[in-house]
Design a protein around this ligand. Sequence first.
Ligand code: PSV
Ligand code: MN
Ligand code: MN
Length: 426
Amino acid sequence: MLASQRLHDFNRPLQDDHQFRLTYTQDLLGRRGLDVQDIVRRLVAFQVAIPSWALGTGGTRFGRFPLGGEPRSLEEKLEDVGLLNQLNGSSNSISLHIPWDIPQDVAALQQQLQEQRLTIDSVNSNTFQDQKEQPASYKFGSLSHTEQAAREQAIQHNIECVRHGEALGAKTLTVWLADGSNFPGQQHFRHAYQRTADSLAAIYEAMPSDWTMLIEYKPYEPNFYSMVIPDWGTSYSLCQQLGQQAQVLVDLGHHLPNTNIEQIVGRLLHFGRLGGFHFNGSMYGDDDLTTGSMKPFQLFLIFNELVDGARDEAVTNAAVAYMIDASHNTKDPLEDLLQSVENILGAYAKALLVDRALLADYQAANDVVRAEELLRDAFLTDVRPLVQEAYCQSGGALDPIGAYRAERIREQLIRQRGKLSLSTGL
Ligand code: PSV
Ligand code: MN
Ligand code: MN
């Protein structure tokens, strides 16, 4: 844990410059009738969950090059998330992946969560790998498997995930299935879908009534001919059959190139089925790069839909869970997560600048150019002083990565955990 006095000392020499930039931004936006304090309050309240599997190096099926100081246990993962949250005040929860993160000492973990003011966001099941001593193999699928024993095993694993989550106060189960086929003819599309729907129904029934099941889709990989849940339409149809506690999860990297993700977000909001996000950056596919590193305009347009939906009384979508799903082999994962959160907050801040009434007028008048320019103007506004102010107001660092480096945190972690420590992950 970082002493808050250290962050205070770190911020002091940066305050003068920050205040200058903040005042300028406040004046500029004030002239447009925007309430900057309200925007900052919203940024302070906005929280993005950190996945346990992003705290170490990974995200490659080739070589893994450990950076050192990676968390070796769930307790150490919580420590890392607590640290991130101290630095930026925007990451107060962690997503777990079972069996990598099976809680051992539940009482001790509960206490740690309380001390670090963290919560467990979601529990992710893993039926894409075989575990030691597991009787049935997932080589040919899990919830969709042709053999009942494999399906049953996968169902029980998901229920077990819910039980682990319950012990720690989580309320969300995220299901991502690797099920699918690699060659034409390998799998009967309709039957595989139905087996999956039936398996999900068994899990859904075992879930407590205040839990949400998030169903993730992905068009390819590890199966390259067909995935059982390849697209939002399939996720949506499964949710419709399951009930109101089932919601679609949009992972930004799980789309074919050039997919209009913001429109998918708008559609799901319209249907009240947008359950959550896995934020990441994508150049080609499921690249799991830093959020906002590749397509910042797209990220802004996604937030534009979210803000629009939140302000529209006709939209009855339940709360959306925000998570990061990334994995790195070249960057320090903690620095990457700080960057990702900053880009997410920036995109959100920009979406809050959009004059929705004016946009609606332009749309009604089919003024294509003005409507587009309105969005571009918000996107091109420098909102960094607002994000920094939000960090500051939540007791964090004006420059989280700067503070992380100044405090030599990675070096400290290497001293504590060793140069070769490898965290469990993808
Ligand atoms: C695999 O594509 C994946 O990246 C999915 O996005 C899941 O959310 C994540 O792994 C963790 O299982
Ligand atoms: Mn994901
Ligand atoms: Mn993925």
